[in-house]
Design a protein around this ligand. Structure first.
Ligand code: ADP
Ligand code: MG
Length: 462
């Protein structure tokens, strides 16, 4: 059994290893494959990692194991190997939360009343008592999504169908999804809620096909009161799964069951998704979670600091809210890291220690802006689709924002003109050059426009 100190050390190492890996493989792959990994412990020189499924284990082993080993050895020279095992998810959460590895904490949902979860008990993901409404900090960027989420969770009937929540990585989609499921169960344990990731949905479906068991599969999904699927962007491009999803979706809507979905893009921007499905997804309420503002980040930090019971000076929190602008997950990670570090070393939590502990993360945040992010923010700002950044449309309403995005890409990244052109639907470098000139000109003559650009620049720089 690990002492909690060793455990914390291990968690700190894992934090560093996974942050590095994230920088190498990108956010999406990280979200899918690395984030679900939990650290079970250290046995001799072997680190034991847990993942929730065989599918994931195989994938992680095939793609990331060697790199994980290297990175870990870089953090702790005593580590010589890394093993990945399947750990049922409820166990992972229980041990993370309470430090025990058997029963879920008292506040956790537990194995649910026989009625409530019967339909999907083996498929539905266990709920997490940390991700509930009362622990979600509401601010301008997420108030609409929050209100919509509360509404579906509290309404006795179906207020809008589907509810489609979307937003960038780490902005609270899963938190809200979990909170909805939790709230519905609290209010009426007889309602069957099935909550799972799109990946799991696909995995189940593929397995059902293989085992020639699709009838059961369909019945399972179609007999629930509330179907919730997280990260539906992963359904794109897989025709059979999409087809099945579409039918399940229609069947449930026809029966007046509630469907709640989340994704990292709006329905219209989902890639590889058929038009008829997109328009179906657009039928209910679409609510987006915007990138965080400084105020929201600070409020979240204050709330988290209270939750983990650390006495963080306001200055430190303000510093973090200024510097870690990417998303809430990183923000939380940074706070945890500083807290763990100061507790471990027994040092006072000051601005200096914070800068010291987080120097790599702070550096990464400094040069984080990517062309994709610029395109996304600019599209949001001007209310156009991200896909219009790549499209051939020349209407001023899309051409101008596209030029602004090119301009900002030139200003804020180290990419060359041809590289930037390529990222904008394969345009020529002269087009980018022209855009930069045009935006410069406009800035000189139109102060509102200049302010817009300036605002975007500041937002992107954090
Ligand atoms: P997503 O699913 O959008 O990638 P998550 O829901 O997993 O993001 O959120 C990442 C982390 O940030 C979680 O620990 C979550 O609790 C936290 N978080 C995000 N938004 C908020 C918020 N508004 N208030 C409190 N915690 C938040
Ligand atoms: Mg999520």
């Amino acid at each position: 059994m690990n002492t909690s100190r060793d455990d914390q050390q291990l968690q700190t190492e894992w934090y560093r290893v996974s942050s590095r890996l994230k920088a190498e493989i990108g956010d999406t792959a990280f979200e899918n494959w690395v984030k679900p990994i939990s650290v079970s412990g250290l046995e001799g020189s072997e680190v034991r990692l847990g993942v929730p499924s065989r599918f994931m284990r195989d994938w992680v082993k095939a793609n990331y194991l060697d790199r994980l080993k290297e990175l870990w050895a870089g953090e702790n020279e005593n580590v010589h190997s890394v093993q990945v095992r399947i750990v049922p998810k409820s166990k992972v959460q229980a041990s993370e939360e309470t430090g025990q590895d058997d029963q879920p904490a008292e506040t956790a949902p537990g194995p649910a009343p026989a009625t409530g979860w019967s339909a999907g008990s083996d498929i539905s993901a266990p709920l997490d008592s940390r991700f509930i409404f009362s622990k979600f900090v509401v601010g301008k960027p997420n108030e609409f999504a929050y209100a919509a989420a509360r509404r579906v969770a509290e309404a006795p009937s179906v207020p809008f169908n589907p509810l489609f929540l979307y937003g960038g990585v780490g902005l609270g989609k899963t938190h809200l999804m979990n909170a909805i499921a939790w709230e519905i169960q609290q209010r009426d344990p007889t309602r069957t809620v099935m909550y799972l990731s799109a990946e799991k949905f696909m995995y189940r479906f593929v397995r059902a096909l293989r085992e020639q068991n699709t009838v059961d599969f369909k019945d399972q999904f179609r007999s629930v009161d509330v179907l919730m699927i997280d990260d539906v962007q992963f359904i794109g491009g897989r025709d059979a799964t999409q087809e099945e999803f579409f039918h399940t979706f229609n069947a449930l809507v026809d029966q007046g069951r509630q469907i709640i979905l989340s994704a990292d893009k709006s329905p219209s921007d989902l890639e590889g998704v058929e038009e008829r499905l997109k328009s179906r997804l657009n039928c209910g309420l679409v609510a987006d979670i915007h990138a965080t503002t400084y105020e929201l980040r600070l409020a979240i930090l204050e709330s988290k600091a209270e939750q983990i019971e650390i006495d963080a000076p306001q200055k430190v929190l303000e510093f973090l809210a200024h510097k870690i602008t990417s998303n809430v997950r990183e923000l939380e990670g940074a706070l945890n890291r500083v807290a763990a570090h100061t507790q471990l070393i027994g040092r006072e939590l000051t601005l200096e220690t914070t800068q010291e502990v987080l120097h790599d993360l702070l550096r990464a945040n400094d040069r984080r802006v990517t062309i994709e992010e610029i395109q996304k923010r600019v599209a949001e700002h001007f209310n156009i689709r991200v896909s219009d950044m790549h499209s051939a449309r020349r209407a001023r309403s899309v051409a101008r924002p596209r030029q602004v995005a090119m301009y900002l890409a030139k200003q804020l990244t180290s990419r060359s003109l041809p590289e930037i052109g390529r990222k904008f639907g394969g345009r020529d470098h002269t087009t980018v050059m022209h855009a930069v000139k045009k935006v410069d000109e406009l800035r000189d003559h139109d102060s509102t426009f200049a302010e817009d650009v300036e605002l975007l620049r500041r937002m992107l720089e954090g």
